[in-house]
Design a protein. Sequence first.
Length: 293
Amino acid sequence: MCTCPAWATACAPPDPAAALQPSLSFCTFAMRNTMPFTLYTFAMSHYSEKIRWTLDTAGVPYQESVMTPVFHMLPALRMGRRGQTTLPVLEGRGQRVQDSPRILDWLNREGLLSDLIPNAHVAEVRAIEDRFNRIGKDVARLLYARSFGKADEHIVRLWVEHASPLQAAVIKAFYPVIRWGFRRKLNITEAAARRAEQRIGQEVAWLESRLTDGRTYLVGEQLTVADITAASLLAPIACPTEHPVYGDSAFREAMTEATAPWRHSAAMAWVRAMYQHRRGAMQGGVNLMRQAA
Ligand SMILES: N[C@@H](CCC(=O)N[C@@H](CS)C(=O)NCC(=O)O)C(=O)O
């Protein structure tokens, strides 16, 4: 629900993304105008979580703008200017950058990630980031494949959680059509879901082999974007308590069939431990917005 006083709305900058997110509160408006960066996300997106976690750990002040599926498309297309509708998009210092590896490149060039991408290990860290990025779509594909038709009520709840009343009404009314669109866009078929499960299984096995020597971090002796990417992209399967979406018992229940093969694996135990010990607070406001919704 919009709680902006009239004067605040009247002096708001012409922001296409904000115009499509009328549920932003006055708090959000005020923060956006003092925060150097705005991160456009979906609350449940694991790629968004990767950048959220990176910004939180690097101590980069940012405001999170949580978008609603379908309504994100036009702003994401405009902001990204790459013919893509994906989130996250990071805005700041006069730029808008889409795509999580490109966002990391940019932040690194700005000198903000020297601890998370240490000079001595750049190639190895980025290679591990890349291998887990590659299974991100498979994770989404598998989760939706196993929950569409069984946990639709929870999926609708997730999609409308940060929506305006009008957006929520549209999502609810057209859910079957939107679900069909998702199926097509993500190529959600039984065969594709089985291939996704296989590819995720390979990366889970790789992660476990990497951890057999008892190490905490995937590269070197400190947290890097390799750990953040692996943990974030697998978080919808590990369902760590600390995450506002994946830690919800209703999410765990809705995704139980998809997550079953790895629920008790050492890899998921590592993801949960990373969340418990290294994730820290989400500074951008995703939790605050959730409480206010
Ligand atoms: N390569 C992109 C992938 C991001 C991505 O697939 N994001 C999903 C959410 S997890 C998305 O925005 N899907 C909606 C769309 O494609 O319109 C990245 O690393 O940022």
